[in-house]
Design a protein around this ligand. Structure first.
Ligand code: ADP
Length: 491
């Protein structure tokens, strides 16, 4: 088993956490493997459905007392948790690189990003402010207040093993909710380490519970079927998101769904091509292309098409695939063999339909799940790399002749998470950015996310927002109270 020599040994947790206790799984354990080397990393508790139900029991019992605390007290906890995450940044980053594979520099950046949501919601917790409505009748007043939705189930993916957790758990706690968190089975160690730090900060038993296991449908069934769970926040594939939403209808749970994307990146003929290439590299190849807001399709004006391709290929060829622990590495592995095969199949499909391979195109021989950084030119709308989320280091490039065609190509997808456009003419950029059917648009920028902004999509990319004030409102119900007969008896 891989050993990390963590500076803070208590961050290495392989058991689930329910009602303030670390628990073995009734169904034994499952293996977590290293995507860069294929070796065994850890054996983690495989919970039974009854154990997951006991986590909901714990959350339901703990929630009223947590909600009854002052906002200041909840904020103080979040602030302490934030400080712990920052203090143990290096250990947390190394754990993440071990189980997820991303280069250590990216893992460190994710820990900072994850921590930023905790700090943001520590601040927002103090700003849950209602309204007084003036009613048609003089003797009445309408009060609008915000109450926590209750017990929240959070289901998170493996591509951002820490940030996808904090941007659900932090606003839920700020609002006064309790949480049952199910992290992805590929990356449970990051989740459990965050839990260990929350425990060190004195979180009351049951307020955060972490349930681990590989039978995601069985765990999901318990969480979606229990009427005490009042909200499900999910980040993952559109297919699973739809199934979970259906399962939530019987108990009319609120949902937040952060699902798949198929982000276009448009390069106009007046764009700064070096800036566009740098933005493409940062977006397309971050986390080896396994990001829901990754530029999935590059749409390039015909006047700059070949020049853009030359620059892109030169930049992509300079990337260094390897273990995330090697500081030279700029491209980590894919998460598992299935992912590698899926990316390879999409590339094959494009080549069979006439795409031009400019660099890469193959899995890298060896133990890990590495794919060569790849550029495909002359991609058309019928190819899988255009229609589907690639989730790998493959940049497909399509040519367009005018702005209207670029927008039509960009919007030709059921997804609507993020889109990007590079150019110089402000009016033109404005028109295009406002015509894109996406929840988020980056103009001359691909690093668009932070705790301050409402992250989320439209169409089949889901609904609800994470970050910003909206990310807190998603965990609050609106309550209206009518105060009547406000007539004094005195003078
Ligand atoms: P990916 O293909 O990126 O792994 P998924 O949507 O399959 O995306 O997984 C995202 C999260 O959803 C993970 O935590 C996974 O275990 C969980 N998951 C997958 N299928 C189900 C399901 N049927 N019910 C509940 N959770 C699920």
């Amino acid at each position: 088993m891989t050993s990390l020599n963590l500076q803070h040994a208590s961050l290495w947790q392989t058991r689930a956490h329910i009602r303030g206790r670390w628990l073995d799984g009734d169904n034994g354990f499952f293996d977590v493997t290293d995507p860069a080397g294929g070796g065994l990393v850890a054996r983690v508790a495989e919970l039974s459905p009854a154990q997951v139900r006991s986590a909901v029991d714990a959350a339901a019992e703990a929630q009223p007392a947590w909600a009854a605390l002052s906002a200041d007290a909840r904020a103080d906890f979040l602030q302490a948790w934030y400080a712990k995450v920052k203090e143990h940044r290096e250990d947390l980053a190394r754990l993440m690189t071990l189980e997820q594979g991303k280069p250590l520099g990216e893992a460190r950046a994710e820990i900072d990003y994850a921590a930023s949501y905790i700090r943001w919601y520590a601040e927002e917790a103090r700003r849950i402010v209602g309204e007084l409505i003036s009613l048609p009748q003089n003797d009445r007043a309408g009060l609008v207040s915000y109450t926590p939705v209750g017990v929240v189930a959070a289901i998170t993916p493996w591509n951002f093993p820490s940030a996808m957790i904090t941007r659900k758990v932090a606003p839920a706690l700020a609002a006064g909710c309790s949480v049952v968190l199910k992290p992805a089975a590929e990356t449970p160690l990051s989740a459990l380490a965050l839990m260990a730090l929350a425990e060190e900060c004195g979180i009351a038993p049951g307020v955060i519970n972490v349930v681990t296991g590989t039978d995601a449908p069985a765990i999901g069934e318990v969480l979606t079927g229990d009427p005490r769970v009042r909200k499900l926040s999910f980040t993952g594939s559109t297919r699973v998101g739809k199934a979970l939403m259906r399962a939530c209808t019987d108990t009319m749970k609120r949902t937040s769904m952060e699902l798949g994307g198929n982000a276009p990146l448009i390069v106009l003929d007046d764009a700064d091509l070096d800036l566009a290439v740098a933005g493409t590299l940062a977006s397309k190849f971050r986390n080896a292309g396994q990001t829901c807001i990754c530029a999935n399709r590059l749409l390039v004006h015909e006047a700059v098409y070949e020049r853009f391709l030359d620059k892109l290929v030169a930049a992509v060829s300079g990337m260094t695939p390897g273990s995330g622990f090697d500081e030279q590495t700029t491209l980590g592995p894919l998460i598992h063999r299935r992912a590698l095969e899926s990316v390879q199949a999409k590339v094959q499909d494009a080549l069979a339909q006439g795409a031009r391979l400019l660099t890469g195109g193959q899995a890298i021989e060896g133990q890990g799940c590495f794919f060569q950084p790849t550029v495909l030119a002359d991609v058309n709308v019928s190819m899988q790399v255009f229609r589907e989320e690639i989730f790998g280091p493959v940049a497909p490039v399509t040519r367009f002749a005018c702005d209207r065609e670029a927008v039509a190509l960009a919007n030709d997808t059921p997804f609507g998470l993020a889109a990007y456009v590079f150019g110089k003419d402000t009016g033109r950029l404005w028109q295009i950015s406002q015509s894109l059917a996406y929840g988020m648009v980056g103009v001359n920028e691909t690093a668009i996310s932070s705790a301050q902004i409402p992250f989320g999509g439209v169409k089949e990319s889901g609904h609800g927002r994470e970050g910003a004030r909206q990310g807190l409102m998603d965990y609050l119900d609106t309550r209206y109270t009518c105060l009547g007969n406000l007539i004094g008896q005195g003078a």
